[in-house]
Ligand binder design. Structure first.
Ligand code: GDP
Ligand code: MG
Length: 698
């Protein structure tokens, strides 16, 4: 073993899936060691190689998108670089997603350690008909990029050579300094001059890194400099600068900086990324030229959504019919074998009338999820976000907001709300959280299906559903626009998005997704909805009406008196004055309130209410029919009811997630409750009263 080897310590950084591990294996072969970073479960891979007179020690950092320390992986990567001070960093960049990958590069470069870009996946880039001019990258920006195909072990020697050359200063790589503009630069300078007052501090960390992150009020950095003699002064100046910048750009500090960085990235990409040949056979490209066309994109997206609803309603209709007949039969059978009385009512009106009403729509849910999963798996849904991003930019909004809305439509508002996490700007995130619940999630779907089925012909069903969907999007965008113009002002941040290639989806994949989401619906029916149904049934059945009220009247009248005099009936009467002006009676009010537990409960509650009114369980008819025959309902009221359901307060689970995601501030929770309730009432009022004036539904 030679002992006069020069040791070079390097680490590999990069976004997840950029080929870091492949390069690490190419570099170190079998000479590697896997452990954990101290104190955390994040895996630490180390290895080394010998080349000429050099021994190069390599650490494979976890895959990260930035150094903002929003995850354990990012903290580990950042700590490692700052504390261990490697001689240089190899930033593995997926060349086919050059712009997004470059974000991490700018952050690494700010740390003051020399960075070499390992420009990986150039084969993929070439297939896209593009190339990156590495010479120009060096000449114009002082960035050293070495092309690689890591999974084929191509370019590994070039990387090793580059490492040695940079280490020996044979190649001069520059630290990239983003131009943050005069206003911000002045503030950075103010902070940096204070940092230089503490010589030790300035020597220990990259001054630029400290100043940028102090302005961002980064906890981690504040902690690091806690012992400095200039700590108080620094903190004061940094916070003041931060607030100034925030005010000036009327946006959060993080998005102001991200904006500047992406502006720089765009300008670099514009210079060095070239399209050399449009490969003729790239099917994705051809399709994209049509579906992303400036004029056709939006209509095509509308058509796709229309197709989804048309398919769902048409194909599921017979199945829903069978389910309903099955439930009717069950109801009749239970009525026969269980003697008349409270228990019969509990089973027939409560469980079967309530939960059964929700289960009846199970086929519809499955078909809807099937259709959506199909478009997701082809890669089209990602395009929808891209299309809407362009459109929404005109309103000062963000494409990622629409991503949340799509996720909510595709199943449930909860994952939609969580998807908003990827939005850097706090204001944009809040806006998204506020409007995502407007979407017609899987739980609201049965309400829509029920009322549309009851008041519209089978032929019109999908059309009405589609109009409702468009309305939900328009309402959400309108609301977002208002928020953006009033209490949550700010510019939208840049947003770089990868479009996956189109794929022929596999039937198995689609069925699996459909089933996963469908099962959640069943689970909910067996838990929350069942529980709520029991509560509602009990509330409607007690206290038992008696005495004079039920003397000398028909059984049917007695049933309705019972509902009227029950606990919940009284509650219904109590709230009725508030909802009369928007066309609803107490029954509708009860259903809406119970729907706060879970939106499907609106349906199950109506099921129980109407089932209790029916005296003979043996000729029960489907809920839709009962609604249609109830003089308290008509087409106009049904439409108003659906619009109310679009807007009013989301279910408790969604509200809880909203609370957490919006930073656990009571202020926003109260705001959400207030604004959704008021908006729902006002919109319904306008629709109902205007509808009456125009002579709809008497
Ligand atoms: P990591 O997540 O950054 O560690 O990435 P991996 O090394 O695990 O690579 C992710 C995937 O990309 C694997 O399937 C690799 O085989 C593949 N891959 C890595 N480098 C290249 C490349 O240069 N070209 C292509 N086409 N695929 C690559
Ligand atoms: Mg890996």
């Amino acid at each position: 073993m030679k002992t006069n080897l020069k040791e070079i310590n390097i680490c590999l950084a990069g976004n997840p899936n950029c080929g870091k591990s492949s390069l690490f294996n190419n570099l170190t072969g079998l000479r590697q060691h896997v452990g954990n970073y101290p104190g955390v479960t994040v895996e630490k891979k180390e290895g080394s190689l010998v080349n000429g007179n050099y021994k190069i020690n390599v650490v494979d950092l976890p895959g990260i998108y930035s150094l903002s320390a929003s995850s354990e992986d990012e903290v580990v990567a950042r700590n490692f670089i700052i504390e261990q001070k490697p001689d240089l960093i190899i930033d593995v960049v997926d060349a086919s997603n050059f712009e997004r990958n470059l974000y991490l590069y700018t952050q690494l470069s700010e740390l003051g350690v020399k960075v070499i870009i390992a420009l990986n996946m150039i084969d993929v880039l070439k297939n896209k008909g593009q190339e990156i001019d590495c010479e120009l990258l060096m000449k114009s920006y002082g960035i050293l990029a070495v092309p690689l195909i890591a999974n084929k072990n191509k370019g590994t020697e070039d990387i090793v050579k580059a490492v040695i050359d940079v280490y020996e200063n044979k190649i001069d790589v520059k630290t990239t300094r983003i131009d943050y503009g005069d206003f911000i630069s002045e503030h950075l300078q103010k902070i940096e001059s204070i940092i230089y007052d503490d010589v030790l501090l300035a020597a220990k960390y990259s001054v630029r890194y400290l100043s940028v992150n102090l302005i961002k009020k980064d906890k981690f950095v504040l902690e690091k400099i806690g012992k400095s003699s200039v700590y108080q002064e620094l903190k004061k100046q940094a916070f003041e600068s931060g607030d100034n910048i925030s005010d000036k750009f009327s946006d959060s500090i993080d998005s102001v900086f991200a904006d500047k960085i992406y502006t720089w990235i765009h300008s670099v990409a514009a210079v060095v990324v070239r399209t050399v040949s449009k490969s003729k056979y790239d099917v994705s490209d051809v399709i994209d030229r049509i579906v992303l066309n400036r004029i056709f994109a939006l209509p095509i997206f509308g058509l796709v959504m229309y197709a989804i609803f048309k398919f769902t309603f048409t194909v599921s209709a017979p199945f829903v019919g069978w389910f309903e007949s099955g439930i009717e039969f069950l109801s009749g059978y239970a009525g026969e074998i269980i003697p008349e009385g409270v228990f019969q009512s509990f089973i027939v009106d409560g469980i079967i009338g309530g939960v059964g009403g929700v289960l009846g729509f199970f086929p519809l849910i499955l078909f809807m999820f099937f259709a959506i999963a199909f478009f997701e798996d082809t890669g089209y849904m990602a395009r929808a976000v891209f299309i809407m991003d362009k459109f929404m930019r005109k309103f000062g909004l963000h494409g990622k907001s629409f991503a949340s809305m799509i996720v909510a439509t595709n199943g449930c508002a909860v994952p939609g709300l969580m998807a908003a996490r990827t939005i850097e700007s706090e204001k944009d995130r809040l806006i998204t959280l506020m409007v995502t619940p407007f979407m017609i999630c899987g739980a609201k779907l049965p309400i829509f299906a029920l009322f549309i089925g009851a008041f519209f012909s089978a032929k019109d069903g999908a059309n009405v559903m589609f109009i409702m969907y468009v309305l939900s999007v328009v309402l959400a965008l309108g609301a977002a626009w208002i928020l953006k113009k009033t209490i949550l002002k700010g510019k939208p941040a840049y947003f770089i998005m990868e479009l996956p290639p189109y794929r022929m989806p596999s039937l198995k994949g689609i069925l699996l997704k459909m089933w996963e989401r469908g099962v959640l619906y069943l689970k909910k029916a067996g838990t929350v909805i069942l529980l709520m149904t029991i509560v509602i049934w009990a509330g409607l059945s007690f206290p038992k009406a008696g005495g004079k009220a039920v003397e000398n009247i028909s059984e049917e009248q007695a049933a309705s008196v019972q509902v009227e005099q029950s606990y919940i009936g009284k509650l219904g009467n109590f709230i009725e004055p508030v909802i009369r002006p928007i066309g609803f009676d107490g029954k509708a009010g009860i259903a809406l309130i119970s729907g706060l537990a879970a939106k499907e409960v609106v349906v199950s509650t109506l099921g129980t209410i109407y089932s209790l009114g029916e005296i003979d369980p043996e000729d029960a008819s489907p809920l839709a029919e009962r609604l249609k025959n109830d003089p308290d309902w008509n087409k106009l009221k049904a439409v108003t009811f659906l619009i109310f359901c679009l807007i009013y307060l989301p279910c408790v689970v969604a509200v809880a997630v909203f609370f957490r995601e919006s930073g656990s501030k009571i202020k926003w929770l109260v705001f959400l409750a207030f604004w959704t309730t008021v908006a729902a009432w006002l919109t319904s009022f306008v629709v109902y009263q205007a509808g009456r004036l125009l002579g709809f539904g008497g």
